[in-house]
Design a protein around this ligand. Structure first.
Ligand code: 9MR
Length: 348
């Protein structure tokens, strides 16, 4: 059809990396070391499209810490080697999270010296990748309003062991280990203007960021994960723009670090689903990149060939999920064009 001809022409030579660079942004993806090692065509696509690399899992505690006395950097080093091949810096994910903590560490947090455990881990990991990991999700998902604390902090194992100070302890340790690294707090559920708990979470997050900045804690960015909802109409308007403005007014950069669109419940054939997903990518990114403080955009994978959505959010009709900018055949989808379009329209 004429429409698909236009699409094919536009998709030819599409470069998210170059389009992002021209807009003063860096575009990248999360990867698993096994997939880029085993699948050269996929690796080539990542090298072609990305100039920022995140480890989807390899820098988490459960990957790095088989036991208390050892670090296993094998997988993370493979990601770092791939980033070097891509001539791309890395964004680090993540030093402090309530998930992916090995059992021995959960025990140690209760029975041992939790502060030493946290500081030693951060110091070792951040020093090892200094100069390669240029920005870190130091804290991932610290806010959980359902835990009903006035400050909105999640009652994570870190919180239970160290109290609200765990954030400051972690950020200061990371800064001491690599003073050049940009340090971020990352969270989900900050994106939509018409979902009540998300709007409330923005306020909670702003208070948290404000308090840390007021105390002089080293903190340089807020990372929106950007796990978007295929079955919810995009509402990324004045509310999101105003929230990002307020974050920027604190002197913080804005990152998008786990962007994808969950199409578990999007109806229709593939063309219809892809249009819905692309529209969500485009509308979200247009608002986010219009904010001058926005610096990086990372998708949680690059091709539908490899996405944790397959396991976590399978479709009831058993059709393969299509949450990412490139399809399982490594061809650009309408979402990729929508992303490039949003990048290239960056401006006042
Ligand atoms: O995609 C990741 C999956 O492979 C892991 O099993 C899971 C648990 O470690 O984490 C997934 O990534 C999550 C990220 O680390 C934090 N935000 C939510 C992500 C899942 O969409």
């Amino acid at each position: 059809s004429a429409a698909s001809d236009v699409y094919k022409r536009q998709a030819q030579g599409l470069s998210l990396k170059t389009t992002a660079q021209r807009a003063g942004l860096r575009y990248g993806t999360a990867i698993e070391p096994q997939t880029v090692a085993a699948d050269p065509a996929f690796a080539a696509l990542v090298l072609d499209q990305c100039d920022l690399i995140t480890a989807e899992n390899a820098l988490k505690w459960n990957a790095l810490r088989p036991d208390r006395d050892h670090f296993d950097f094998a997988a993370a080093d493979q990601v770092a080697a791939f980033a070097r091949r891509a001539r791309a810096p890395m964004h680090g994910h993540t030093l402090v999270w309530h998930e992916a903590i090995p059992d021995w560490a959960i025990h140690e947090l209760k029975a041992g010296d939790p502060r030493a455990l946290l500081v030693d881990h951060i110091t070792t990991v951040v020093r090892r990748y200094a100069g390669r990991v240029v920005s870190w999700d130091v804290i991932n998902e610290p806010v959980e309003r359902n835990d009903r604390r006035p400050d909105g902090l999640r009652k994570s194992p870190w919180f239970e062991a160290l109290g609200p100070d765990y954030l400051e302890i972690a950020l200061r340790a990371a800064h001491a280990a690599d003073p050049n690294a940009r340090l971020a707090i990352a969270d989900y559920g900050l994106e939509y203007d018409d979902i009540g708990w998300m709007v409330e979470k923005r306020g909670t997050m702003l208070e948290l960021l404000r308090g840390l900045k007021a105390r002089g804690v080293p903190l340089h960015a807020l990372a929106l994960q950007g796990h978007l909802l295929g079955d919810h109409a995009p509402s990324f308007g004045a509310g999101l723009a105003a929230f990002l403005r307020e974050v920027a007014a604190l002197g913080l950069a804005i990152y998008v670090t786990e962007l994808d669109v969950n199409d578990q419940n999007v109806p229709g054939d593939i063309a219809q689903r892809d249009r819905v997903v692309a529209d969500i990518y485009g509308r979200f990114l247009r608002t986010v990149v219009a904010e001058p403080a926005t610096q990086i955009v990372v998708t949680w994978g690059l091709s539908d060939r490899y996405t944790s959505k397959t396991d976590f959010f399978p479709r009831p009709d058993h059709a393969p999920v299509r949450p990412l900018p490139f399809d399982a055949g490594l061809r650009p989808k309408p979402a990729a064009l929508a992303m490039a379009g949003a990048f290239s329209h960056r401006g006042p």
